[in-house]
Design a protein around this ligand. Structure first.
Ligand SMILES: *Cc1c(COP(=O)(O)O)cnc(C)c1O
Length: 397
């Protein structure tokens, strides 16, 4: 392929653009992972990552994609034959359910239309019905990356508490951690699952379990066979900054830098920045006369926006044109949304002009691909951004 000038726009909702600061931080020799130099790094990342989850409890770090941490959350807390409550919010919730089933977990899967988050009222009703406490866990995806819908986790927690039910709460934050407000301790989450390549701005290859005391206790008594994912095996060496097997050392250099960047900006500012870019994006979509897939404004995702193309038009053809002409990758519609939506990722290392460039590429692509729309989306976004987005901040309060 011939060289193309300028930079590629990687506007899929993960992997996200890796900032130069993180690339430079990883460009170092791989060291002895049992030596004193590593121990310092290990301690720094194991402690440093905690505030990003909003926790003071242990966070386990795996050399694995997010899917590995999904599996770890299940095999450490549940036993074959256990029942869990899950919600069909989209493609990722469906995949996590399939993973649980392979481990012999009985999944009650509440159907959904892929345009809404988890209904806390249904959580409460299902748990109240379960007087024998057969349900061992409620498992939800915080930010459904296939739809751009964010479930309000505090409402789920309140529903569990109102029902007085002892089920664990397991939450997938793979595409929300470091982008959308999240508080593992304050929201009473038992296991938070996360990955490196989305809000954390790192390459793929690390994933995480933040673990509550209750979840850790469950892991001492459950009957699921496991080895690589075992929290107990991790806990002991982690106390001294080490890992039971070879960690992804260079990704941990990157993680240390990513945490430093998030702390310098301040988590509240990171979230406000994402809220603001998401609001600017929605203003562009409305000005184009296109429909946002998320049907509930209180559940709009600040990490990505999924946009529906009019009937009779192909979102994948639009994405092909945009990649070919403007060197920008957008997210595809997944599973039953294939060809019907495209997804604009606006998370991670991102500023006003990265967003303006992204929206310019979409607007030009809509014209080139012959998708019926009005012009002026980019303009609407710019008017909002130049006003400094105070409106989005207020909306987030
Ligand atoms: C990306 C993603 C996953 C899958 O993570 P991998 O790193 O691809 O294994 C799971 N859940 C959500 C919500 C995601 O966005």
């Amino acid at each position: 392929m011939a060289h193309r000038g300028g930079r590629h726009f990687l506007q899929i909702p993960g992997p996200t653009n890796v900032p130069d600061r993180i690339l430079r931080a990883m460009d170092r020799p791989t060291i002895d992972h049992r030596g004193p130099e590593f121990q310092k790094l290990g301690r720094e990342v194991l402690d440093g990552i905690k505030p990003v989850f909003g926790t003071t409890q242990p966070v386990v770090i795996y050399p694995a994609s997010g899917t590995g941490a999904w599996e770890a959350a299940i095999v450490n807390t549940l036993s074959p034959g256990d029942k869990v409550l899950m919600f069909e919010t989209g493609h990722f919730a469906t995949l996590w359910r399939g993973l649980a089933q392979r481990f012999g977990i009985e999944t009650e899967f509440v159907p959904g239309d892929w345009r809404h988050g988890v209904d806390a009222g249904v959580v409460e009703a299902k748990l109240r019905e379960d007087t024998g406490h057969a349900i061992k866990a409620v498992m939800v995806v915080h930010n459904e990356t296939s739809t751009g819908v964010t479930t309000r986790v505090p409402l789920v927690r309140q529903a569990i508490d109102r029902a007085g039910h002892p089920a664990l709460l397991l939450v997938d934050t793979i595409s929300s951690l470091g982008s959308i407000d999240y508080r593992h301790d304050e929201w009473g989450v038992d296991v938070t699952v996360a990955g490196s390549q989305k809000g954390l701005m790192l390459p793929p290859g690390l994933s995480f379990n933040a673990v509550s005391e209750k979840a850790m206790a469950a892991s001492r008594n459950n009957r699921m066979p496991r080895s690589y994912w075992d929290w107990q095996d991790m806990a002991k060496p982690n106390q001294n900054g080490f890992f039971p097997y070879t960690p992804a050392t260079n990704l941990l250099y990157g993680l240390r830098e990513a945490v430093a960047m998030l702390m310098e900006e301040g988590m509240a500012n990171v979230f406000a920045r994402h809220d603001r870019h998401a609001e600017a994006t929605r203003r562009a979509v409305r000005a184009w006369g296109l429909e946002i897939l998320c049907a509930e404004p209180a559940e709009y995702s600040s990490a990505l926006t999924a946009v529906m193309v009019p009937d009779g038009h192909d979102a994948d053809e639009l994405r092909r044109v945009i990649l070919d002409r403007f060197d920008m990758s957008l997210g595809a519609g997944l599973a039953k949304l294939a060809g019907k939506v495209f997804r604009i990722g606006h998370l991670g290392d991102f500023n006003d002009l990265s967003l303006a460039g992204t929206l310019a590429g979409v607007e030009m692509g809509l014209s080139v691909a012959g998708i019926p729309h009005r012009s002026g989306g980019l303009d609407a976004a710019m008017r909002f951004l130049e006003g400094n987005g105070g409106e989005a901040k207020k909306a987030a309060e």
